[in-house]
Design a protein around this ligand. Structure first.
Ligand code: SIN
Ligand code: FE2
Length: 201
């Protein structure tokens, strides 16, 4: 619920449309390829990323930001598939956040061993808007912390089709993903995909 400290977990929420979401990811990646971006510290992320929507999240040596164009191609990011925006709006509403209209979708691709360290999502303009996060393919362990980097972390299993939403009092909570275990998924093969939908601008 908005205002609570909780992560809202919607188990299997996206499962019925997972094959269509996966096909949409392939179309986006054909126009804006997955790449291992470099963080300001200088190393390449283990998670491969791309974006769709009016804005895309990028990290470079100079910092994190949202851009309207893909720095690799100079072209606008691929349009956000209507299915992504509709799913995100439904999930946000189910978690108590009405009127969610994402303008940015970061697509994360995890291979075995890939991980995401604890971080806050704080490059968006309006923190009143929640984050909607969709998991596809291989299961992962999501790390859900608190407002401070060293707060205790809950380990939450996110499987194929699961959606989590956070916002309100927990909007800036630290979170991450433990190293992905090896596996084979009928839809996504040796990968996990995550869609992170945001109102960024
Ligand atoms: C993220 O925090 O950007 C990724 C979360 C996830 O992959 O589940
Ligand atoms: Fe994040």
């Amino acid at each position: 619920m908005p205002g609570s400290n909780e992560l809202v977990a919607l188990a299997g929420f996206a499962a019925p449309e997972a094959p269509a979401l996966s096909a949409d990811i392939e179309r986006v990646a054909a126009a804006a390829a997955f790449r291992h971006m470099v963080v300001p510290g200088g190393h390449a992320m283990s998670v491969a990323m791309t974006n769709c929507g009016a804005l895309g999240w990028v990290t470079r040596r100079t910092g994190y930001r949202y851009t309207a164009t893909d720095p690799e191609t100079g072209k606008a990011w691929p349009a956000m598939p209507a299915r992504f925006a509709e799913l995100a709006a439904r999930a946000a509403a189910a978690a108590g956040f009405g009127g969610f209209a994402p303008d940015a979708c970061l697509i994360n691709r995890y291979e075995p061993g890939a991980r995401m360290g604890l971080h806050q999502d704080r490059d968006e303009a309006d923190f009143r808007q929640p984050i909607v996060s969709v998991s596809l393919g291989l299961p992962a362990t999501f790390l859900w912390g608190g407002p401070r980097p060293r707060d205790p972390v809950r380990r939450i299993r996110l499987g194929h089709g699961d959606v989590v939403v956070w916002g309100g009092a927990s909007r800036l909570f630290f979170h991450g993903v433990a190293p992905l275990a090896r596996g084979e998924h009928p839809l996504t093969g040796a990968f996990r995909f995550n869609l992170t939908l945001r109102m960024a601008g």
